[in-house]
Design a protein around this ligand. Structure first.
Ligand code: HEC
Length: 240
């Protein structure tokens, strides 16, 4: 009698476990998944054609891997794969991207927890459908800024203290003059020279100075194109 109930108990547990695993895979909770999506928004946007570190995820559900045509930074590893994005491929990819596609450029360690991954995939099923950015915002799953992702701020409308009018370099120092009339010195290693050639970048000939954290001693100079970096910076020391 005791033996029998023991073995039934064991079999029952196995059945329950496999039901639980299937359920975890199939019906995640998009609301919980939306919270986990925060881990993706630093590198991805759900809006069409808005590529960040990673490609826009807009409309990706059911599409072939590495098929966003205006994203130029795919790894060879992902480009040569031949599968479509669905529950199963995302389930494996998001558990451990480097194990699923060795050589991928997605530097994300993965979500090992099956339940959390299923929840995220339930959210992605909505967000990666066509017009998914609009749907997830309309359903109150994530705010519009998060659907947009950490896209750079538009620089064509920078304030006077960001609009650069002159840049000179002398010894180990950049001197940057802005439209508010101020000239600020930066140790040359504290000024990052960047290019934003996208529509949100600065206009040609109008580089923008952005504070870059720390204690105000660091900043970024953003140009609209590479050639301008050479022409806009004058090597010039004040006359002694
Ligand atoms: C640190 C930046 C970064 C983070 C964080 C990140 N990704 Fe990525 N993702 C990338 C890059 C870069 C690629 C392109 C990979 C390649 O070419 O090998 C990519 C590719 C992808 C792809 C394949 C796209 C395609 O066109 O086939 C999917 C799907 C994806 N990411 C989903 C996610 C999800 C979901 C998250 C959050 C759990 C996430 N990513 C987090 C950078 C990131």
């Amino acid at each position: 009698m005791k033996m029998a109930s023991h073995s039934i108990g064991f079999a029952g547990a196995v059945v329950l476990l496999s039901v639980a695993l299937n359920a975890a895979h199939a019906d995640g909770d998009p609301r919980r998944g939306a919270k986990i999506y925060g881990a993706c928004a630093g590198c991805h946007s759900l809006e069409p054609h808005l590529n960040l570190t990673g490609p826009s995820l807009s409309g990706l559900w059911g599409k072939k891997a590495a098929s966003v045509s205006d994203f130029p930074r795919y790894s060879r590893a992902l480009k040569t794969k031949d599968f479509v994005w669905d529950e199963n491929t995302l389930y494996a990819w998001l558990a451990d991207p480097k194990a699923f596609v060795p050589g991928t450029y997605m530097t994300f360690s993965g979500i090992r927890d099956d339940r959390a991954r299923s929840d995220l995939i339930a959210f992605l099923k909505i967000g990666l459908a066509s017009d998914g950015a609009k749907t997830v915002v309309a359903q109150g799953l994530i705010p519009a800024e998060e659907a947009r992702g950490q896209a750079p701020e538009p620089l064509k409308t920078a304030k006077p203290d960001g609009r650069v009018t002159a840049i000179r370099h002398c010894k180990d120092t950049f001197f940057v003059t802005t439209a508010d009339g101020k000239e600020r010195p930066f140790w040359e290693l504290n000024l990052r020279l960047k290019v934003d050639s996208s529509t949100s970048g600065p206009s040609d000939g109008k580089p923008v100075l952005l504070p870059a954290g720390m204690q105000g001693d660091r900043a970024s100079l953003v140009f609209s194109n590479v050639a301008e970096i050479g022409t806009a910076i004058k090597e010039q020391c004040p006359k002694q």
